[in-house]
Design a binder for this molecule. Structure first.
Ligand code: AMP
Length: 359
């Protein structure tokens, strides 16, 4: 069976790598000529809203998924005329817009930071009086890895902040003094079967994820699963969903959701019985889900910017290297390392060794 993927980056590449053992083939629609999934899939090189290319994708595949949430709604509508696209279109339209996403959380009784919509400079002033400072101004759409965001502190010039995000529709969000950032990777299959991975603790720098560590028995697991279940069921969701939270004491404040496989779930490649990539494919095909049980103590470290000393990383006995075939460039995710150890202490020693190599 052939699976179509909108987007041909590393997530598409890892979906294909997980799908071949299941007997699947892949076609990616991706405008970039040097897409890193291209060596593993048939590559339709065209814009995501190119009608002829979408028609070709619909003709050659039986099911379509995507690896990023800025897929044009028109593309999904066109594809849905002849086949099924999962996760469903309502998940995409919710996740693509921070305001929709936050409103969904609020509607489902999932806690968030205080937030307010911003349409213009006067609206920003009102939002500041409602939310308070410090706060973060975030574009409603197209923001990722800390892009399209501006922290506003007391005394800052609001006009400068408004200009810095390009004067586009935004939300102002209260700055959360969180204890930790955590995320849950959840999955719901076409048949309604649900599964949840253990929470991951995530460390970001400059808005980019650096390290995710699987939390094997965390006291917030039940609450995170409950929140994820509410979203999955409300959206009649199919596939993997990532929900990111700020943990403050007993509370989990939902920051954002991603209707796709997610960077904070890469540890599952060697750290769980079934990876998030395989479970996403199983889910969208209506196959039984694989076990999400963790294997040992696992973590993932992103390789960002420069190509590291790969020989040294491979010399670490419990490290696994995943390179995406991308040219190094400042701030670019070019691969990751997963670590799986027998104890929490061994994992923390292993992480120190990886960090030393990456220094
Ligand atoms: P986002 O694109 O919303 O995931 O933001 C990227 C990163 O910026 C998050 O993972 C946090 O580390 C930080 N951040 C975003 N929003 C907030 C907030 N309201 N309070 C504190 N830190 C935040």
């Amino acid at each position: 069976m052939k699976i179509g993927i909108l987007g041909g980056g590393q997530l598409a590449r890892m979906l294909a790598l997980a799908g071949y053992p299941l007997g699947l083939d892949f076609v990616v629609l991706e405008p970039a000529p040097d897409a890193c999934a291209a060596p593993l899939a048939e590559h339709i090189q065209a814009a995501y809203d190119d009608e002829a290319a979408l028609e070709q994708l619909a003709q050659t595949t039986e099911r379509v998924t995507y690896e990023f949430e800025s897929v044009p709604a028109s593309a999904v509508e066109q594809l849905n005329e002849s086949l099924s696209v999962y996760p469903p279109a309502n998940a995409l339209s919710t996740a693509r817009d921070r305001n929709n996403e936050k409103n969904l959380f609020r509607e489902l009784g999932i806690e968030t930071a205080p937030f307010a919509e911003v349409h213009d400079l006067a609206g920003l002033e009102q939002a500041v009086s409602k939310v308070g400072l410090p706060a973060i101004l975030k574009t409603r759409t197209l923001g990722y890895d800390g892009k399209g965001q501006q922290v506003i502190r007391p005394g800052d010039d609001l006009e400068v902040a408004w200009r810095s995000i390009g004067r586009v529709p935004a939300i102002l969000e209260g700055f959360v003094a969180f204890d930790r950032e955590v995320s849950i990777i959840a999955v719901r299959s076409l048949s309604g079967e649900l599964a949840f991975y253990p929470l991951a603790e995530n460390v970001h720098q400059e808005g980019i994820l650096r390290v995710s560590t699987c939390l094997r028995q965390d006291s917030h697991q039940t609450l995170a699963e409950d929140y994820a279940r509410r979203v999955l069921e409300k959206l009649d969701y199919v596939g993997v969903l990532a929900l990111e939270f700020f943990q403050v004491g007993e509370h989990l404040l939902a920051n954002e959701m991603a209707p796709r496989v997610h960077n904070s779930g890469h540890w599952t490649l060697e750290g769980a019985e079934t990876s998030q990539f395989e479970n996403h494919l199983r889910a969208i095909l209506g196959l039984p889900l694989g076990s999400t049980a963790p294997l040992g103590h696992a973590a993932m470290v992103n390789l960002i910017g420069d190509m590291p000393e790969t020989r040294s990383l491979l010399a670490l006995k419990n490290a696994h290297l995943h390179l995406y075939g991308k040219a190094p460039r400042p701030g670019r995710k070019i691969g990751h390392v997963t670590l799986r150890e027998v104890s929490a202490d061994e994992l923390s020693a292993g992480l120190s060794r990886v960090h030393k190599i990456l220094e």
